[in-house]
Ligand binder design. Structure first.
Ligand SMILES: Nc1ncnc2c1ncn2[C@@H]1O[C@H](COP(=O)(O)OP(=O)(O)O)[C@@H](O)[C@H]1O
Ligand SMILES: [Mg+2]
Length: 280
């Protein structure tokens, strides 16, 4: 087994209070993530999924334990070192409406990470990125408000891809989208992974969605991992009672049924890519 791209060991995140006081939000969480792999964190709201993502990004305090990227410690590092590793670990958020600056044209949104890291202005790169996420080539001159929710999430994905990262943290990337658009965006993420070998830390409250996209699943319950294993095993034969509860809550836990349902959704949908609003 090659070295994991990302490794989290005995992570503890505690907020507020001094030594021992405060609230422990993440308690002794360990997992690793390999190149080209999708590992999902699934759990109900408040179980600590986003906090783990934030800890990996250096945005939540690592009270104990460690996080390593390609064998190098990235928890509690200096700002200068964080800036270097930041390009390797990108993030996509749930809400494509608030995650894109409404006053910037798409081209500038995509160029921004390139400029910030001195990777050149890259107008060619913008066209490549738009193509990679299935947006029309002339999208660069438009503003986020001119796009549908699914298209905005494509812009966010393109921005995350701009620096060719090794890891993308996808925090509920499709939870704000209708089911049809959700299926298309999940398919896009999978296509991108096949082409680039990027690893996803995929965060969702929905075991059905997670089962569709993951190689492995870690079930998070009150800041601890209740169980972790191959996606199919965890989703169809859960060992932990909490996972069984999630299974009941998920729309369809059977991947075969899910695939059929998804295929039907894709047939129904032909409009999404041509509904750029505000055309003259
Ligand atoms: N900055 C913070 N300060 C204090 N508590 C926090 C902070 N951020 C998150 N929490 C708490 O941590 C827990 C997990 O939150 P979160 O990671 O957002 O869960 P999830 O993403 O699974 O819904 C929640 O109880 C939340 O209130
Ligand atoms: Mg969250």
């Amino acid at each position: 087994m090659p070295e994991p791209v990302l490794k989290v060991d005995n992570l503890v995140v505690r907020y507020g209070g001094r030594k021992g006081a405060g609230t422990t939000v993440i308690d002794d969480v360990s997992f690793d993530l390999h190149a080209g792999e999708t590992l999902s964190l699934v759990g109900e709201s408040g179980s600590g999924k986003t906090t783990i993502g934030r800890a990996v990004l250096g945005l939540a305090p690592v009270t104990a334990g460690s996080i390593t990227f390609r064998g190098e410690t990235i928890s509690n590092i200096s700002r200068a070192r964080r800036r270097k590793v930041a390009r390797e670990i990108q993030v996509i958020f749930q809400d494509p409406y608030s995650s894109l600056n409404p006053s910037m044209q798409v081209e500038d949104i995509l160029v921004e990470p390139l400029v910030a890291t001195g990777s050149g202005s890259g107008r060619t790169r913008v066209r490549e990125l738009l193509d990679a996420v299935g947006l029309p080539a002339d999208s660069g001159g438009r503003y986020p408000r001119e796009f549908s929710g699914g298209q905005r999430q494509r812009i966010a994905i393109a921005r995350a891809l701009a620096l060719d990262p090794s890891v993308i943290i996808c925090d509920e990337p499709t939870s704000a989208l209708d089911v049809t658009t959700q299926a298309r965006v999940l398919t896009l993420l999978q296509d991108i992974q096949r082409q680039t070998g990027v690893a996803y830390l995929f965060i969702s409250h929905d075991l059905g969605v997670v089962n569709e996209v993951s190689d492995r699943i870690a079930v998070l319950h009150q800041g601890r991992i209740a169980e972790i294993g191959k996606a199919h095993d965890v989703a169809t034969n859960p060992q932990h009672p909490y996972t069984r509860r999630l299974q009941m809550a998920a729309p369809v836990a059977d991947p075969k049924k899910q695939r059929i349902r998804r295929a039907k959704r894709l047939q129904l949908d032909t409009a999404e890519l041509s509904d750029v609003k505000g055309n003259p």
